[in-house]
Design a protein around this ligand. Structure first.
Ligand code: CA
Ligand code: CA
Length: 199
């Protein structure tokens, strides 16, 4: 008798277990579905692709237009947000308006401890079919660096990812280049966020 009860218990466990797994799977599909829906659903449905011509550089900063254009393009490719195309039904145009290096903190000896590299970029995301701008916005961001201490020991979170010096494997190389990369990455993220959350 107890054998039969044990068998019934076992079967109920299996059924309950399967049911539980089904519910979990259902929840997973529902939520991941919602995630996908809200992500792509925020872009007008007739826009399936985007052209990203090389940003215009109005500053003397060499290579920054390429750096920003590449970063934005890479995020689109990685996240599979819109198809990148030379003849896209939307176009992202950007202009590097301003690059500045400014002292930010000083030592007691009035030496500059930290510089801030800041970038200003104006961007237009244009709907080709309806011939209207979907986003027109200016973006600014910055990265920090020292001219006297190595990026790996300057006590500065150069790329603003919350990790400093030896805790951050990314903090190496040319300080100003790292600051530029940080600014460019932040602006690229902001542009992408605005594109996927306009509607
Ligand atoms: Ca860092
Ligand atoms: Ca550092």
């Amino acid at each position: 008798m107890s054998g039969i009860i044990d068998e019934l218990k076992r079967r109920m466990m299996i059924r309950f277990g399967v049911g539980y797994a089904t519910i979990l799977l259902w929840f997973f599909l529902m939520f991941s579905g919602c995630g996908l829906y809200s992500f792509s659903g925020s872009i007008p449905p007739h826009i399936k692709s985007i052209s990203i011509p090389l940003f215009v550089n109005e500053t003397a900063e060499f290579g920054i237009a390429e750096a920003v254009t590449d970063e934005v393009t890479n995020v689109f490719l990685e996240e599979n947000i819109l198809k990148i195309s030379d003849q896209g039904d939307s176009i992202l145009r950007g202009t590097i308006k301003r690059v500045e290096d400014k002292p930010y903190t000083y030592s007691e000896m009035e030496e500059v401890l930290e510089y801030r590299y800041s970038v200003g970029i104006s961007v237009v995301w244009f709907d080709v079919r309806e011939e209207k701008a979907l986003i027109t916005k200016n973006y600014t961001s910055w990265g920090a660096y020292s001219l006297t201490v190595d990026v790996a020991s300057d006590g500065i979170d150069n790329d603003r990812d919350g990790k400093v010096d030896s805790d951050d494997p990314d903090e190496s190389g040319d300080p100003r280049q790292l600051a530029m990369k940080a600014a460019v990455t932040k602006i690229s993220e902001s542009i992408i966020n605005d594109i996927v959350s306009t509607w």
